[in-house]
Design a protein around this ligand. Structure first.
Ligand code: AHR
Length: 623
């Protein structure tokens, strides 16, 4: 096979091509990347949300004599109305099991904090400890100055050994009543050292992909499964005890400790553009997940409340971009970030059925944002059913309104990617641009394999060629906690102590680290002219004007080697090769292995089922 450079002007590639979509699904936030180790820290879990829950979920008294119950008289904050009451505490304490255990590392510091008040005038000392599974204390510290009014107390615990499954215990020094709320334990080391920050091992794996943007907080989480389950950003900012926890439509609790300020900061720490998504004034339209297809037709924020909702969306932009003198920019400053976040994009809607109810509300939001913040690009939605009637309607509607960009989603088989390599070549360049906000190659069993990963690599090669139309992409979902997943496959699996990136992740990472600023048209001529063979080899050649590199990516989904002649005699020399990386594996294997790429005499040997990236210094390319 031969790779030939074509006489065709290069095409500009969007500088946001590869990003991530962070949805709070699969315990991605609470119990996941959000550093909090205590589950149900605010005692707000409710059986109304999930039958097996109550306000004491994840909590227990260490001994029968210790009385532990819930009260809501004179709460710490009206948004966090419940708190724990302990009496008879001298007999033991109260314990939290975390999210399937609290993992701690030897010698590392953990920041504990709690709101407490005592009911009697007797001095009350709280002893805060971590216990291993045999009940042995592996860290301990005391809080001595509990008063009759709610006050926040902090101590640092240092773990004497590493354990994956410690429990937290709070012990009392007398039997009198003590009230406790917002019990929190955080690793002192978080990603970029942020207080109330992210688990660093997980965040580092995301950062290694070099994502250029982060879409958040959903997905379905953004619109929720009913009017009362929508994600309202204003409930997620400010002091942690003032945030309004809520059930998540994926079946667990959102403390909102990871809220809008933290999301924006995370983007800043990743050097990625924030792409928040707000509901388009409609929830419950995604019939696939919650069978509300018909209800969805009628279901939307009542028109008399839409002005307030539109204002909420405008306020979000002010919270991100307004200076300190504005109402919401002032709150951002008060909460610790005086500098604006320079928000450039906002998603409105997620996979909504393109009904009249939707259209009416979307239009109100879109027009208000456009009028007040013309510099902020609104991203619309093409509905839940890829290539179905909503999709057609969604495109029609977006084109009519001249929305700058639409968010497309599809989860399809590897075969679809193989057979639709020209999908975006056919897109009308006059129509809205595409943000491919959610995609993955799916096979029965829901795993990421070498085959699915290579199909995704193929798709990304084809998208690089069409990056004038598809300006942003993000695989979905990003994170999944093992044993707590609602959706498979995901890009990165994890548990409390380890992170397991998938084959698909390796592909995303290679694309994120080998991006171009323009696409160079080349052609691969295979010796075997069989179209089925040709269809199983995809490639992309880009130039990066910032780094002065030319990068060739080739996917080989054939069961045999391919010997690719990179036309080196006239165009590139082997000396100019900066780096070659290659990954390959058996199609049904879960792991892409590093293989030894051979590039000799202008010939690049592509292993069966492989993805190869080869980087040249730009000045070797003769014009
Ligand atoms: O990525 C998982 C879910 O798939 C998203 O929440 C939703 O947008 C889509 O249906």
């Amino acid at each position: 096979a031969k790779l030939r450079f074509m006489e065709k002007a290069p095409r500009k590639i969007s500088d946001l091509l590869l990003g991530v979509f962070f949805e709070d699904i699969n315990y991605a936030a609470d119990g996941g990347i959000y550093g909090e180790l205590v589950q149900n820290r605010g005692f707000e879990y409710s059986s109304a949300d999930r039958r097996e829950w109550n306000n004491l979920t994840s909590w227990k008294a260490s001994h029968d004599e210790v009385k532990l119950y819930i009260d809501s008289m004179r709460p710490l904050h009206q948004n966090n109305p419940h708190y724990a009451v302990v009496t008879n505490g001298l007999h033991g304490g109260i314990m939290n099991e975390g999210y399937g255990g609290i993992a701690v590392k030897k010698g590392e510091a953990y920041n504990f904090s709690i709101f407490a008040r005592r009911a009697s005038s007797r001095r009350q000392v709280l002893t805060i400890s971590l216990l291993d599974k045999h009940g042995k204390k592996i860290a301990s510290s005391t809080i001595k100055n509990i008063t009759g009014d709610w006050a926040k107390h902090k101590v640092v615990l240092i773990a004497s050994v590493s354990v994956p499954d410690a429990a937290l215990i709070i012990e009392m020094s007398n039997n009198d009543r003590v009230d406790l709320d917002m019990v929190s334990l955080f690793p002192a080391k978080t990603f970029k050292g942020r207080e109330n920050g992210m688990r660093s091992d997980l965040a580092e794996v995301i950062a290694a992909m070099k994502p250029k943007f982060v879409r958040f907080p959903g997905g379905c989480v953004a619109h929720g499964d009913g009017l009362d389950n929508m994600y309202h950003w204003k409930n997620t900012i400010g002091p942690l005890q003032a945030r309004k926890p809520q059930r998540n439509l994926w079946g667990y609790q959102q403390s909102y400790g990871l809220g809008y300020l933290e999301y924006f900061q995370f983007c800043e720490d990743l050097d990625a553009e924030p792409v928040p998504v707000v509901a388009a004034g409609v929830p419950c339209q995604n019939s696939a997940h919650h069978h509300h297809a018909l209800a969805g037709q009628q279901c939307g924020i009542p028109m008399e409340h839409m002005d307030d909702y539109v204002q909420d969306v405008l306020d979000l932009i002010e919270f991100a971009n307004g200076d300190k003198s504005t109402k919401w920019g002032g709150k951002r400053a008060e909460y610790g970030h005086p500098e604006p976040f320079n928000l450039k994009y906002i998603g409105v809607g997620n996979e909504d059925l393109i009904t009249e109810v939707f259209k009416e509300r979307f239009k109100m939001i879109y027009e208000a944002v456009k009028a007040k913040y013309p510099e902020v690009k609104v991203i619309g939605t093409t509905g839940p059913h890829f290539e179905g009637t909503d999709y057609v309607e969604g495109w029609k509607f977006a084109s009519q309104l001249d929305i700058p960009m639409v968010d497309e989603h599809y989860y399809v088989s590897p075969g679809w990617y193989i057979n639709n390599q020209e999908f975006y070549d056919k897109y009308d360049r006059e129509k809205p641009q595409v943000y491919l906000g959610e995609y993955a190659a799916h096979i029965p069993g829901g795993v990421s394999t070498v085959e699915t990963a290579l199909a995704e690599a193929m798709h990304l090669c084809n998208i690089e060629r069409n990056a004038d139309v598809v300006t942003m992409t993000s695989y979905a979902p990003l994170l999944a906690k093992k044993g707590f997943t609602q959706w498979n496959p995901d890009l990165i699996y994890f548990d409390n102590t380890s992170v397991s990136p998938t084959a698909g992740y390796e592909i995303q990472k290679l694309f994120g680290n080998n991006n171009g600023t323009e696409y160079i048209f080349t052609d691969v001529e295979l010796s075997n002219r069989d179209v089925n063979v040709k269809q199983r080899v995809a490639h992309s050649v880009v130039r990066n004007e910032k780094t002065g590199e030319i990068i060739i990516k080739v996917v080989n989904m054939l069961p045999t080697d391919v010997n690719l002649n990179v036309d080196s005699a006239s165009l590139l020399t082997t000396q100019a090769v900066l780096e070659i990386q290659s990954l390959s594996g058996k199609p049904d294997s879960k792991k892409l292995e590093t293989s030894n790429p051979v590039f000799q005499g202008g010939y690049l040997k592509l292993a069966p089922y492989s993805f190869t990236v080869i980087k040249f210094r730009d000045n070797t390319l003769k014009k």
